[in-house]
Design a protein around this ligand. Structure first.
Ligand SMILES: [Zn+2]
Ligand SMILES: [Zn+2]
Length: 269
């Protein structure tokens, strides 16, 4: 991953500040005081009141998109259940892994990562996504590529970093820290965003699809290496799926066999 000089300076400043100042909740910003013995709370990063409100995505859920089920019939095989959305229109992707159900509390975390320069939040997000990653690596085996949803160069230039690439980096680092044998390769430039789209918030699913049409292309230097490959596509928030669908289409047209989406939080309608 390439860093600009300003990003390196920002990173160093963030690390220095983090060692001097007390930690703050990544959602509400309150100073976090945790009991040293409370291992879970200490590593969650959140204050107690935000932590208590987090809506974790847990089974029973759709095996395709992890949409949670309120209940499942007795005797149903939870390893095979799909939601009505996925049955009605089979998704392009091969699974969504999201830590949380989108709400005001966890969306603030992404806003801080994207717009307040709090890049260490990527580590916290990676910690919460690890439970899926270990499971997937077990099932899928090695030789996986991890790919962030790219920003258009004008947005990257303005923000100086791609928040999804930071999350992907943090996931890889956490695997290396745990001495995992086969760590996916982070291919930060596999996809390129060639169309600058306006903020998608406020647009419905159809409008988003139209705006994102032909927005992504595959970097030609990887054209001969993608056939049959499994890819973990990293995004920050899964809303309508229009952005990731556009990426998945591009990857699968180029020959990718499987594309699994990783994100911090997903909208459940
Ligand atoms: Zn809080
Ligand atoms: Zn589903």
């Amino acid at each position: 991953m390439q860093y600009s000089l300003s990003q390196i300076i920002t990173n160093i400043a963030n690390v220095s500040i983090a060692t001097i100042l007390p930690s703050r909740c990544p959602s509400c910003g309150d100073i976090v005081h945790h009991n040293q013995n409370d291992h879970v709370m200490k590593h969650s990063g959140f204050c107690i009141s935000c932590w208590n409100e987090l809506k974790f995505l847990t089974p029973p859920w759709c095996i395709s998109c992890t949409r949670p089920f309120e209940f499942i019939e007795e005797g149903a095989n939870s390893e095979q259940l799909k939601c009505g959305y996925c049955i009605h229109k089979p998704p392009l992707h091969d699974g969504i892994r999201a830590a949380l159900i989108y709400d005001d509390i966890n969306s603030k975390v992404i806003l801080k990562l994207k717009y307040s320069g709090r890049i260490s939040i990527a580590n916290l997000i990676a910690d919460h996504l690890q439970r899926f990653l270990y499971d997937d690596l077990d099932k899928l085996g090695g030789d996986i590529w991890m790919v962030p949803v790219p920003l258009h160069w004008t947005r990257l230039w303005k923000r100086t970093y791609n928040q999804s690439a930071l999350i992907a980096d943090a996931l890889i680092i956490s695997l290396k820290r745990d001495n995992v044998a086969e760590v996916p390769l982070h291919i930060v430039d596999l996809l390129k965003r060639i169309k600058r789209t306006p903020p998608l918030r406020g647009n419905n699913g159809k409008d988003r699809q139209r705006l994102l049409k032909n927005a992504f292309v595959l970097n030609p230097k990887y054209m001969n290496q993608i056939k049959g490959r499994t890819i973990i596509l990293v995004d920050d928030v899964y809303t309508s799926g229009a952005t990731t669908d556009a990426c998945v289409k591009t990857l699968k047209s180029a020959g990718a066999a499987k594309v699994i989406i990783y994100c911090w939080t997903r909208v459940i309608k």
